[in-house]
Design a protein around this ligand. Structure first.
Ligand code: ASP
Length: 334
């Protein structure tokens, strides 16, 4: 429970944040951030060089990305190869094949990818294609557009040689049918299970790329699209500055242009950690945060990284093995 003192603490902490964008000194936010750091905020400084970092527990995905970088490959190829691992994994029930369906039993995928030149590609509400991230890349490289959706994205994927597949596994279908028995239909953003993979990589040339792919919120309304395929919300890369990605309740990330905000805050001088904290705190400032989760992950051009979430439970994976639990606003308030 958040008691009054804690509520006041966070209120006073976030109360002055908007003013920062109007010229207040960096030390103001630094103070806010260092308060959070006292609560054991995690920030890492890996050696500059190839870097792979992803949301949640994804050592296999990171290993696939790292293999590309170890051979001197591009960060773009690395993030695509990396996130294809959970997309193909039926046991990963938040991404690609095996993902939890919408309320009507359809698996619908969202994904986007962004390279060091600022090129971007995205698919939303894509059905029947396992590797949404590769379709997003094809949109980026082979069309004049950034985003394709639904039927159009599916038709485009087929034209590019992608195979039509059933993405609803027996396990996911069984869970969904169980859920139907007890679920009350509430057409609102929910906080049911979700664990998007967002991945950021820096290659040997120092170039940054990112990828984000998900089956979105479990049992979402049909047609619902989250933050993950939206450039600036679920993912943003600026090769001069760094990259950021988000996980959690997409509606909140979209409303605040979350990943773009994190990168812009880094441009203004925040560390990746400070930038993630400020972006999350802005969400909390606008609403009651008892039942909402958003996590941000960021890396800057120097290879420093940071992460922060609203609730406990968010973690990220650096390189292949190091899974790090992220400090969250809720724990800070306890
Ligand atoms: N952000 C995703 C969405 O809202 C869900 C997640 O991160 O798990 O679709």
């Amino acid at each position: 429970m958040v008691n009054r003192r804690h509520f006041l603490t966070i209120s006073s902490l976030v109360g002055f944040l908007p003013s920062l964008s109007f010229g207040h000194s960096r030390s103001t936010i630094a103070n806010a951030s260092s308060s959070l750091k006292d609560a054991e905020t995690v920030a890492g400084v890996p050696p500059i060089g190839p870097v792979v970092i992803s949301t949640w527990k994804q050592p296999k995905a990171n290993a696939a990305a790292q293999a590309v970088l170890d051979q001197g490959g591009r960060a773009l190829d690395a993030v695509e190869a990396g996130v294809r691992i959970p997309e193909a994994d039926p046991d990963d029930m938040s991404v690609g094949y095996g993902g939890r369906p919408d309320r009507d039993g359809h698996v619908t995928l969202d994904a986007c990818i962004m390279d060091e030149k600022g090129n971007a590609g995205s698919v939303t509400f894509l059905e029947h294609i396992m590797h949404a991230i590769s379709v997003a890349r094809a949109v980026m490289e082979k069309t004049p557009h950034v985003m394709l959706s639904g039927e159009g994205a599916f038709t485009f994927a087929l034209s590019q040689g992608f195979k039509k597949e059933n993405l609803l596994t027996k396990k996911a279908e069984k869970e969904w049918r169980e859920w139907l028995k007890t679920a009350k239909y509430k057409p609102i953003a929910n906080i049911e299970r979700h664990d998007t993979i967002g991945m950021l990589a820096i290659d040997g040339q120092g170039n940054i790329s990112g990828a984000c792919t998900t089956s979105g919120l479990a049992y979402k309304m049909r047609g619902r699209v989250g933050d993950s395929p939206i450039i600036g919300a679920g993912l943003f890369v600026d090769n001069e500055i760094g990259g950021a990605c988000a996980t959690g309740l997409g509606e909140l990330v979209m409303r605040t242009c979350g990943s773009f905000l994190v990168v812009e805050l880094m441009r203004q001088g925040r560390t990746p950690q400070q930038a993630c904290e400020e972006a999350a705190l802005r969400i909390i400032k606008k609403q009651e945060f008892k039942d909402i989760q958003v996590g941000f992950l960021a890396v800057n051009k120097q290879g420093e990284h940071g992460a922060f979430s609203i609730q406990p439970g968010f973690s990220y994976t650096l390189s292949q093995n190091k899974q790090t639990q992220v400090t969250d606003a809720r724990s800070y308030l306890k």
